[in-house]
Design a protein around this ligand. Sequence first.
Ligand SMILES: [Zn+2]
Length: 441
Amino acid sequence: MRKDKIISKFSNSLLFGWWGLWLILLLASPISGTTSSWGDSLIVSLSKKPEYLKRLQPYSLDYLLEWENKIYLVVNPQELQLLQNLDIPFSLENFEPANNPDSPGSIQTSLNGAYHSYAELEADLFNLEETHPECCLLVNLGQSVEGRNIYALKISDNPALEENEPGVVFLGCHHAREWISVEVPFLLAKYLVEHYQRDPSIQKLVDRSEIWIIPLVNPDGLEYSIYFYRYWRKNRRNLGHGLFGVDLNRNYDYQWGRDDIGSSPDPSSNVYRGPSPFSEPESQAIKKFMELHPHLKALVSYHSYSQVILYPWGYTNKPSHLDDLLRFLASTMSQKMKAVFGTKYSYGQSGASFYLTNGDTTDWALGKFGIPAFTIELPPIDRFRGGFFNAEADIQKIFQENLPAALFLIDWAIQGQTAFTSPSCSWWLKNRNIGESPITH
Ligand SMILES: [Zn+2]
């Protein structure tokens, strides 16, 4: 793959605007290198010389990738100054927008390109509700630390009524920098709503279930990631001492803070779990929502990146009581994803095959509500194929390959246990060691 093609996957068109914004902020800034919470960044490259690496070794820097004997770093103003102080020559990288022949000109509407900002998502959700009141209803679950709304779109027949129908909830963007995790659940909502009256199979699913889409759990973080620091992960809780943010996906109360491997007690950590379980309004909003909807049968929480489907437990490598069912559902979803464009999503128990986490959404959903819950880590597979920077032109493709898996899970929720005890399922249980093995990295 050519370098410019790879680089374009890291960038999107937004970095042009972002780069300019940073320079403006730097010029306008009265603080000139005295604070670490400023957080605006640039991408620079430097030659991969051993002497430079040795000089950089004592410092914790954000390494983006290595390519053709160059190292690419994401740096804030202080780190830029550090490179100068260490006498390490570097070049500012001028990233080109993704050049995809299928989407000429690329879409450039704002700093975040084709990705949704908070305001853009809000407008699109209101629009869905306004144009399709027969099958959807927009609900405000609560407000973030900075006062933004956390929206849920309910999709069902008679959407204003609480009916005794099985539900599935799809969540997006616990982590600010994982922009694609907003788009997949939003596009799922859009697809269901727009196909309700013209596709009998979708109408059948929607009529028999209550589908909830919560595409943006962390609105403050997303905004910060768009306008200030692309790599921001946590929410925007002011922790004092110049520190910000709790990792919302470590703030749920099931096995919260069980150890310091699966989450951190350190406020400066990117996986800081907060001072107490559900200390954050964003996770509290999800808690209240789940408690109000006892008919939910399954939960999906979209993240990026890695192309894996993870299921509980995350806090331990021991399997849960539902391990066979979770594995069946994950393997079926993986097969359905692969059938679309051939993209392989591995699957496995989170704590046994990925890394330990405690206080996450899916352990809580299984531990407190007893329902199957999945973290779907969307593409790309690794940082060398784009990491958090999916090209805008790939948004639709990633949604399309995830759609059949989401529809399958809704269908499974409607059919309930009968699907799991069907003949094909029994066959699968007997033969479950055949086929793709779980991830090992
Ligand atoms: Zn994540």
